[in-house]
Ligand binder design. Structure first.
Ligand SMILES: Nc1ncnc2c1ncn2[C@@H]1O[C@H](COP(=O)(O)OP(=O)(O)OP(=O)(O)O)[C@@H](O)[C@H]1O
Ligand SMILES: O=C(O)C1=C[C@@H](O)[C@@H](O)[C@H](O)C1
Ligand SMILES: [Mg+2]
Length: 174
């Protein structure tokens, strides 16, 4: 039995895309806190935020994190999972945490190409490039502190998977 692997990072860094590929490479299950929340509530992120507000969404995502945590599972987390210190502690204590790091202009470009507005309602009300700059300034220290390993998420998803596998086996050897 192996510990879960949590992928953390800002919107658009590839947690869902890379997480699915990583789970296949390892023969692990895959789960995603945003998808879990959608399935259990039958509502999108935008709908939950519109009816209950961000604070309620954040409480629900903490529950999702706990619900999807299982051995031999790759878990893609919501971009704001690190905002609650208890979530950061929980992930570090229960598994290996990987930060997929990419600069805000790359993230903004990906999100402009594939906005998925139901999954990603605006966080600040500002244009996407500015929003991602603000969000990364606020959250980069949290991603950095929480992660056991940081991986450059500007590479192809296949390459990101390889780098994660490398970090994990290096970690096991040390
Ligand atoms: N390494 C990559 N290179 C190029 N494009 C990528 C890469 N990873 C993801 N993408 C693209 O970026 C977009 C966002 O990816 P994805 O949904 O996996 O991000 P996410 O981190 O799960 O975002 P969220 O926090 O909103 O769930 C998608 O269109 C995806 O195809
Ligand atoms: O960055 C964020 O705060 C978010 C990212 C998404 O994964 C969703 O969890 C939600 O849209 C909030
Ligand atoms: Mg995702």
């Amino acid at each position: 039995m192996s510990l879960p692997i949590y992928l953390i990072g800002a919107r658009g860094c590839g947690k869902t895309t890379v997480g699915q590929a990583l789970s296949q490479a390892l023969g692990y299950a895959f789960n995603d806190t945003d998808h879990h929340l959608q399935l259990t509530t039958q509502r999108s992120v935008a709908e939950i935020v519109a009816s209950e507000g961000w604070e309620s969404f954040r409480a629900r995502e903490t529950e999702s994190l706990r619900a999807v945590t299982a051995p031999n599972t790759v878990i893609a987390t919501g971009g704001g999972m690190v905002l609650a210190e208890a979530n950061c502690r929980f992930m570090r204590e229960h598994g290996q945490v990987i930060w997929l790091n990419a600069p805000s202009d790359v993230l903004a470009q990906r999100l402009e190409h594939q906005p998925e507005a139901a999954q990603r309602p605006t966080l600040t009300g500002r244009p996407i490039a500015e929003e991602m700059g603000d969000i990364l300034r606020e959250r980069a220290p949290l991603y950095r502190q929480t992660a056991h390993h940081e991986v450059n998420a500007m590479q192809s998803p296949e390459r990101v998977v390889e780098q994660i596998l490398q970090s994990l086996s290096l970690a096991r050897a040390s």
